[in-house]
Ligand binder design. Structure first.
Ligand code: URA
Length: 185
């Protein structure tokens, strides 16, 4: 049987696959354009996302929007999701068991979207999606190719909020991403 977006949303809404289901306020499924060729994958919902059930609505969302805008990209043309669909208390790093429990949802999202470009935001996503020993500082902006998909990673918006000097580095990465997207259209 082939799942639909609606099926995935319903499964996530009812999910009890890991203990985060007991502490979350609302699960946060990916959001955006189901026809997008560009998928952004981050780590896990923050506190505001947990309240609203929407990815990147807090301060890091504002920063992400400005980064996208500066590079001629727009959230409405992109699909944005997270490795975890539930907020880890205190914004701690996701546990291995939580990432494993949640991974099928990301697989279904990717299967339905069939993005041509995947961008991992931060170490947690890059290490889960690109390579377990991925180092953002050294390897951000580097492209990897898998089947019909180009993958890369850049700094997580929260890391840029902590160290604004990373903004220009991430902007350069996103300008390359926008270029790649234009080439492969
Ligand atoms: N940080 C993330 O990794 N994801 C969100 O959705 C919000 C903040």
């Amino acid at each position: 049987m082939q799942y639909t977006w609606n099926d995935i949303e319903q499964h996530i809404a009812a999910c009890t696959r890991c203990p985060l289901s007991q502490t979350r306020c609302r699960p946060v499924m990916g959001r955006g354009n189901y026809q997008a060729d560009l998928m952004l994958i981050a780590e896990a919902p923050g506190g505001q996302e947990d309240q609203q059930g929407i990815p990147f609505v807090g301060k890091s969302g504002e920063l992400l929007d400005s980064l996208l805008r500066d590079c001629g990209l727009d959230r409405k043309d992109i699909y944005i999701t997270n490795i975890l669909k539930c907020h880890p208390p205190g914004n701690r790093d996701p546990k291995e068991a939580e990432k494993e429990a949640c991974f099928p949802y990301l697989k279904y999202e990717t299967f339905l979207l069939k993005p041509r470009i995947i961008v991992c935001l931060g170490r947690i996503a890059a290490q889960r999606i690109i390579s377990p020993d991925f180092k953002i500082t050294r390897e951000h902006g580097v492209w990897t190719y898998r089947k019909n998909c180009a993958l890369t990673a850049t700094y997580h918006p929260s890391a840029i909020l902590r160290d604004p000097s990373k903004y220009e580095i991430a902007k350069k990465d996103f300008l390359e991403i926008a270029k790649k997207r234009a080439q492969s259209c």
